[in-house]
Design a protein around this ligand. Structure first.
Ligand code: HPA
Length: 250
């Protein structure tokens, strides 16, 4: 790791102080900047820090010999759409896989399970304001989705179940609306998180590919939650699935 190369560039975007070429075409995107640093330290080789504007840390190294970057998204749709847009539009990024956590809705989904977001409903205006008169479907890249589904077998996931289906990307973390969760569960929704729909909307608009691979960190019905140690070990599982998807066909 060679930190400290950040903020020195005279180029960059309003929110990323990296030079052209500083990001690899393949990007892992956790929400938490400290998670991005840990991924750079433990999962990438020869990672160097490329940006730290507003504490949103980004690094570039290699994974299995292929250049790969990690950049935090921050929390929520407004934050993730800023970083994803600037990566796709200004840094030549082709693929972004979000690696994050989610709260489970149905009893069939447990904490520790993996949720691969095959679609993202949202209570954000995002799906309605982009194309006049149309509510957009926000979906991942099929190529990345298929690669993640193929990768998410027992070898990578052990005894943790893998669920592939819709999530709710909510603008509200403190969303105390059990009736809403009932209605979403009746329509097959697996979990709630706060970024996938924004990432999918940007990838479509910018001609990139995106996917969200989530660890269930808490259960909205039962109140179950992972401990800090479990979050670490279970997070590694989603990271390996995400990296395998990023590398597909490369
Ligand atoms: N709501 C929204 N986002 C989340 C949750 C949740 O319950 N858990 C993890 N990310």
């Amino acid at each position: 790791m060679t930190p400290g190369q950040v903020g020195t560039s005279v180029t960059g975007t309003p929110h990323i102080a990296a030079r052209p070429g500083d990001f690899a075409p393949l990007v892992l995107m956790p929400g938490d900047p400290l998670r991005a640093r840990r991924i750079a330290e433990t999962f990438l080789h020869d990672a160097r820090q490329v940006t730290d504007v507003r504490g949103i840390l980004g690094y570039t190294g290699t994974h299995r010999g292929v250049p790969m970057s990690v950049l935090a998204s921050g929390m929520g749709i407004p934050s993730v759409t800023i970083y994803a847009t600037e990566l796709f539009r200004h840094y030549g990024v082709r693929r972004i896989v979000r690696v994050g956590t989610a709260g489970a809705i149905p009893a069939a989904v447990s904490v520790r399970d993996v949720v691969i977001a095959a679609a993202a409903h949202t209570d954000s205006s995002l799906s309605r304001v982009l194309v006049d008169g149309v509510t957009l479907s926000l979906a991942p890249s099929y190529r990345l989705l298929r690669a993640a589904a193929d990768a998410a077998g027992p070898a990578l996931c052990g005894d943790a179940a893998v669920h592939i289906g819709p999530v709710l990307t909510s603008d509200h973390f403190y969303l105390a609306r059990p009736a809403l969760f009932d209605a979403l569960e009746d329509r097959g929704t697996l979990a709630v998180e706060m970024e996938a729909a924004g990432l999918y909307a940007v990838a479509c608009a910018e001609g990139g590919e995106a996917l969200a691979v989530l660890t269930v960190s808490d259960h909205l019905r039962t109140g179950d939650a992972l401990t800090a140690e479990e979050r670490e070990s279970d997070f590694d599982r989603t990271l390996r699935i995400a990296a395998t998807a990023l590398l597909t066909g490369v």
